[in-house]
Structure formats: C-alpha cells, structure tokens
Design a protein around this ligand. Sequence first.
Ligand SMILES: NC(=O)C1=CN([C@@H]2O[C@H](COP(=O)(O)OP(=O)(O)OC[C@H]3O[C@@H](n4cnc5c(N)ncnc54)[C@H](OP(=O)(O)O)[C@@H]3O)[C@@H](O)[C@H]2O)C=CC1
Ligand SMILES: CC(C)CCC[C@@H](C)[C@H]1CC[C@H]2C3=C(CC[C@]12C)[C@@]1(C)CCC(=O)C[C@@H]1CC3
Length: 311
Amino acid sequence: MIDGPSSLQSPQGHHNSSPKVRRGIGLALCERLLTEDDQIHLCLACRNMQRAKAARISLLSLHPAADISILQVNLGSLKSVCQAATEVKQRYRQVDFLYLNAGIMPNPCINLKVFLSGLFSRKVIHMFTTGEGLLTQKDQITDDGLQEVFETNVFGHFVLIRAIEPLLCHVDSPSQLIWTSSSNARKSAFSLLDYQHIQGQESYSSSKYATDLLSVALNRHFNQQIRIFTNSFTITPYNGAEALLWLFRQKPELLDPLLKYHSCTSGLGNNYVESRKMNLEEESSELFYQKLLELEKQTLKKLSESEEEYK
Ligand SMILES: NC(=O)C1=CN([C@@H]2O[C@H](COP(=O)(O)OP(=O)(O)OC[C@H]3O[C@@H](n4cnc5c(N)ncnc54)[C@H](OP(=O)(O)O)[C@@H]3O)[C@@H](O)[C@H]2O)C=CC1
Ligand SMILES: CC(C)CCC[C@@H](C)[C@H]1CC[C@H]2C3=C(CC[C@]12C)[C@@]1(C)CCC(=O)C[C@@H]1CC3
C-alpha cells in the first residue's frame, strides 16, 4: 500500500454494505500528516473503494478543508498495479512523497516453544519488540502465480515504484519514498535462492528483509532518492506512524540509506524515533534487485500475453 501527500495511501478491504474505517498505521499517518500540514494533497491508494471512501470521510471530518482523493490498487495483482500506475500518471505530474505502507501477515501462529524459551532468557525484551522467530504464517499463491506475502509486501510495491518512476525523479525537487518495513525483518528467514519464501513458514520476516534489501538497491539506482523506515511492534497505529511522520519532516539528503528508522514508545508512553543499521550487504541487495527486474520482465510479459488472448 502506498500513501502520502501529492501521492498515495492505504487500502481497505472486504465487501461490506457499510464499511468501517480500518484504523491502521496508514490512516493514523494521514491524520497526523494533515495535522502537520493541511495544505498537502493526499491520494489514498486502496484495494476496496468503499473502505477508501469511508477513510476519506473520516479524514474530512477532522480536516474539512483537506484535499483528498482515492485510487484503487490491489498489490496482490499485477494487472491492478499496472492500472493504478497508469491512472497516477494521468492524474499527477509529480509525486512528492510515496508511502508504501500496505503489508500482510496471513494466518499467523505463535511458536510456543520459542515463546516459552524466550520468556525465560535474556532475550525476552528483544522477543517482545521484534517477535523474532516467534510467528509462522501460511502463505498462498496469487492469480499471478506468485507467493501472496511476497507479491503484496514486496513485488507489487516494486512494480508500482518502477512504473511511476518518471513522477518520482525530478532533478529540481526530488521525491521521498518511504517504505514500511518491520523490526521482524530477519536475514536468516530470507534466501536469494528462495526470495518468495516458497519453502519456509516465515514469509512475513522474509518479505520485510526483502524490503530492507530493496531499499538500499533502489536508493542507489534512483540516485539517493529513496529512504526506508520501519516499525517495531506498535501498541497503537498512532505510535506506529511516528517514524513515518518524522521522515516527512526530514531532509532526505541528511538520511543514511543503510539505516532503518524505528517508531518506538518509551515506558512512560512517549513516542520517539530510533535509527538502527540494517543487517545486510550491499552486494546482496544488488543481486536481489537484478532478480526482481528479471521477474518483473517475465511476469509483465505473461500478463500482456494473457490480455492479448482475451482480445
Ligand atoms: N502493526 C504492527 O505492529 C506493525 C506493522 N508493520 C507494518 O506496517 C504496515 C501497516 O500495518 P498495520 O497498519 O498494522 O496493518 P493493517 O493490517 O491495519 O493495514 C495494512 C493495510 O494494507 C492493506 N493491504 C493489504 N493487502 C493489500 C493489497 N493486496 N493491496 C492493497 N492494500 C493491501 C490493507 O488493506 P485492507 O484494509 O483492504 O486489508 C490495510 O489497509 C504494514 O506494512 C505492516 O507490515 C510493521 C511493524 C509493526
Ligand atoms: C502468548 C501471548 C501471551 C503473548 C504473545 C505475544 C506476541 C503475540 C507478540 C509479541 C511480540 C509481537 C510482535 C508482533 C506480533 C505480535 C507479537 C509476536 C509483530 C511481529 C507484528 C508485525 C511486525 O511487523 C512486528 C511485530 C513485532 C512484535
């Protein structure tokens, strides 16, 4: 999912006659961005239009003069991502901030053994802030033939970024791309040989590590115009949006592309942002980037061939 001023934001799902507003980090971020600057134009990119409208109405109830539009995108479908990119290019000349916030963790299960041994170890705080090794997920295959967690959390965003690249790379006023990773990103859950995580049960950790790797490669390829941030476990969506809002206020050229920016909350309930170095090698990030370019080529070719067949 994507969000931000002069750009895009978070989706809501499910077919429901009176959709409720989903109060995730994306919506909390929009509220906080509008409180910071109500002159921005927000475009909410959502997979379900009913829920997108509900989110828009909720934001307008707090900021009646705000300029908010909506756009449909399902990151788990390449066709939808390409259509959304075309629509964005028709509507806008430039995107100043692109927040890539959508992410899924389907069917999570707690590994009780890891939980109990973690509880009585020195790593207990680490376990509660990162959930490392604690959760497994059951993934499935999308209509594009890809792993759903990988396509939604990583590849859909990647294809979208590349498709709207001309709107992001302006020499005189560079854009900021802020991609939500997680403290749950784990090097050992990711493999370049199985980057979709077909074989494992920690697709979420793998996808978030993939996000970290890609942020570094994208930053290099897009001439230092990409920055990444990550959340830790968030007690409330408002807290989870802390680093996202903080990045909105920063000068991108002063940020280090090898750092992740975590939303944190102190014991007294104060929110703050902490930067931590990512556990990765630039060589792997480049190799992964090249693999995704290849996958993009193959999957988009397949998509256009299947569309030709229907004509
Ligand atoms: N909550 C937490 O503790 C943490 C969250 N994060 C990350 O923060 C981000 C936001 O999390 P949070 O707000 O908690 O999660 P939510 O589940 O509340 O929000 C996730 C959003 O992603 C959207 N989404 C899911 N699948 C798709 C899709 N195929 N296409 C388009 N949009 C989609 C959802 O839309 P819909 O309503 O249609 O399902 C939803 O709006 C995620 O990337 C998550 O991984 C990171 C660290 C901690
Ligand atoms: C068995 C219960 C009494 C306690 C279980 C606690 C766990 C459910 C949570 C502890 C750390 C949490 C955590 C996440 C999910 C819930 C926990 C595992 C995330 C993985 C959620 C998504 C993220 O991106 C990072 C979070 C890290 C911490």
